[in-house]
Design a protein around this ligand. Structure first.
Ligand code: FAD
Length: 335
């Protein structure tokens, strides 16, 4: 090929490549407007769902509010409560597609742990921030402990601590190293050897454990009920069985619901977790995964939960490398 032909071929290819990339980016941005994702909310059939509070009536007419929160899980309900507590003059509504707690908040592992997911047994290069996060999450647990008295809803919170059990010598080494560093920051966690761990969990298969005395477990759906109660008591209005189908953003946002009502709101909170892309936000950034938990209950007559207590006397939550969770409520294997 002559030199000038090759240059023009390369130039054309570069333009064509840039065109394809620009087209793909534009299509990606426009796709939520062109292809609407199907709205799907699977009913919650978990063990916890048996304790779901009766739903409030759906939204029955058009309304105008200061803040509209979409999603009645822990994020939506606690946001409603804290906005009303800090700004009592603001009108706040929560719009929930099914019943409050239908999502992850009412079907989770019941563990009440300190730290954030990325810092769990994993200190960052910023020790002061790590300590702050531990203190903040412990303070949050203390706040939760005050909720049964404030709401009259007993969500069976128990702060007997949690154990992260170790199966191998290398897990034990990591665990010891973590505990040593955390203790120098004043974080009151402990390493438990094989004997101590066996006494707590009733089996000698584990080599040791990480113990955090400031954590525990609770009943997730009853916790949702407690947050629904304080959100309503604080003055927020909650409408259930009210799926939001469309959001038109503006100085005042227009939020349309499946049954045809509209909410006009100055501020909008998306507390929709894994369902957010169904509303056209964070498309291609959220990948819902399905995780199954199996609950086993004693079939022994009259034994009830006491059988769990008998094999697990301390009643602490104990995750094992994300495969097995043992709590005094359930013994569950996840896949
Ligand atoms: C399997 C599993 C185990 C977990 N275990 C633990 C644990 O042991 N301890 C722990 O602390 N955390 C655990 N988590 C995490 C915890 O459950 C979640 O972080 C938390 O519940 C998220 O709350 P949320 O309110 O943000 O979301 P969700 O509870 O999912 O609430 C979102 C709500 O929005 C509603 N919604 C969505 N779209 C719309 C719409 N268009 N219109 C109206 N409503 C809508 C949904 O119906 C839903 O009720 C676990 C999570 C999972 C999935």
């Amino acid at each position: 090929m002559a030199k000038s032909n090759r240059r023009s071929f390369l130039q054309t290819s570069a333009w064509a490549g840039a065109g394809v990339v620009t087209g793909a980016v534009a299509l990606n941005k426009l796709s939520p407007r062109i292809w609407h994702e199907e709205m799907r909310f699977e009913p919650n059939h978990s063990y916890w769902a048996q304790s779901q509070a009766p739903p409030n009536p759906p939204l029955a007419g058009d309304i105008e509010v200061d803040v509209a929160i979409i999603g009645g899980g822990l994020t939506g309900l606690s946001t409603a409560y804290f906005i009303r507590r800090n700004s009592p003059s603001k009108s706040v509504v929560v719009l929930e597609a099914m019943g409050c707690g239908n999502g992850a908040s009412g079907r989770n592992g019941a563990m009440l742990l300190n730290m954030t997911a990325d810092r769990y047994m994993n200190l960052s290069p910023d020790p002061a921030m790590d300590k702050k996060i531990y203190e903040l999450t412990s303070e949050n647990i203390r706040f939760l402990k005050s909720l049964p008295a404030a709401t009259g809803v007993d969500f069976e919170i128990d702060t007997n601590g949690s154990l992260q059990v170790s199966n191998t010598a290398s897990d034990v080494a990591d665990c010891k190293a973590y505990v040593e560093k955390a203790q120098t920051l004043g974080i009151p966690v402990e390493f438990w050897d094989k004997e101590q761990t066996a006494t707590a969990v009733g089996t000698r298969i584990y080599e040791g454990a990480f113990y955090d005395p400031n954590s525990g477990q609770l009943h997730p759906m009853k916790l949702v009920h407690a947050f629904k109660t304080i959100a309503e008591t604080s003055g927020a209005r909650i409408y259930e069985n009210t799926p939001v189908t469309r959001i038109e953003e503006g100085a005042t946002h227009r939020i349309s619901t499946q049954s045809g009502q509209a909410v006009r709101a100055k501020s909008l909170v998306l507390a929709t977790n894994a369902y957010t892309s169904q509303l056209g936000y964070f498309r291609n950034r959220i990948a819902p995964i399905h995780n199954y938990s199996r609950e086993f209950r004693s079939k022994l007559p009259g034994a009830g939960w006491s059988i769990a207590r008998s094999i697990f006397p301390r009643r602490s939550a104990a995750p094992e490398n994300s495969r097995i969770f043992i709590t005094a409520w359930v013994i569950a294997a996840t896949v």
